[in-house]
Design a protein around this ligand. Structure first.
Ligand SMILES: [Zn+2]
Length: 265
């Protein structure tokens, strides 16, 4: 009975937040609906502390994106997601955590709580690395080669960005402990998984990601299609575009944490 009341309050709270998110233009109509449905699934299958964790993550990410947004726009590197997120964007970002919560409802093992926290901590670390890293006075450099690149291009990192990533992974892993999703010993695993995971996209971006040049307008791009035409491959692998790199990056945090858990616990 008490459980049903908590679920009811949780669903009502999510409905309120979905409307708020729409009003604040953080998500569009379908994006708000998708976020609401994912929240309900996660709350009913894994518990409302998991939902609270995601809500704080979304608020922190949105604040970081909007912080000095004008300045970052001028660098032409601020993410286009400064506008309202659509359903696809919400699904892409929330898919992995929702899947982990669903599996947890069948097999409630602590490794799944760890993977959930690592996936969210890694996503937050990545967002902070990008958004705070853009404010760096020194130009971004490629991991490994150290070669300078333009702000906002995949694969580039700054010391400020890496520091922000580490801070994000630390804060959010501890927050997972605070909400009772992971035990204290597992916080360390989540920090390592989250931090390394948040750098996997930069590592791939600096090495094997495909870069293209558009023969129509001459722009160098991460997109295979530009100006409605197939762009020419300049470096990296043809099939490994920005979306693929982002998916691999999102999966790496939870996978690295799970591997560490199995090796040491
Ligand atoms: Zn073009």
């Amino acid at each position: 009975m008490a459980g049903a009341l908590v679920d009811l309050l949780g669903v009502a709270g999510l409905a309120f937040l979905a409307v708020l998110s729409y009003r604040l233009k953080a998500t569009d109509r379908l994006g708000s609906l998708a976020a609401f449905l994912m929240g309900v699934i996660i709350g009913l299958s894994a518990g409302w502390s998991w939902v609270a964790y995601l809500v704080v993550f979304l608020a922190a990410g949105t604040l970081a994106t909007r912080y000095r947004y004008e300045y970052k726009s001028k660098l032409q590197a601020a993410q286009e997601k400064g506008g309202a997120r659509g359903a696809l964007n919400v699904l892409a970002n929330g898919g992995v955590p929702t899947l982990i919560a669903l599996v947890y409802s069948l097999f409630p093992y602590s490794i799944l709580g760890l993977m959930f926290v690592a996936s969210v901590a890694s996503a937050l670390a990545d967002t902070l690395g990008t958004e705070i890293g853009l404010l760096s006075r020194s130009p971004p450099r490629f991991l490994f080669s150290g070669q300078q690149t333009q702000p906002g291009r995949s694969g580039g990192v700054t010391s400020l960005g890496i520091f922000a990533e580490l801070a994000g992974a630390l804060l959010f892993s501890f927050f997972g402990f605070f909400l009772g999703i992971v035990s204290l010993p597992l916080v360390a695993v989540a920090v390592v998984g989250g931090f390394i995971g948040s750098n996997v996209d930069s590592m791939l971006g600096a090495t094997v990601q495909g870069y293209f040049i558009c023969d129509v307008c001459g722009t160098s791009t991460e997109k295979r299609i530009h100006c409605g035409k197939q762009a020419r491959l300049v470096s990296g692998l043809h099939w490994l575009g920005n979306n693929e790199v982002n998916i691999l990056g999102a999966a790496s945090g939870p996978l690295i944490s799970a591997a560490l858990y199995l090796a040491f616990f």
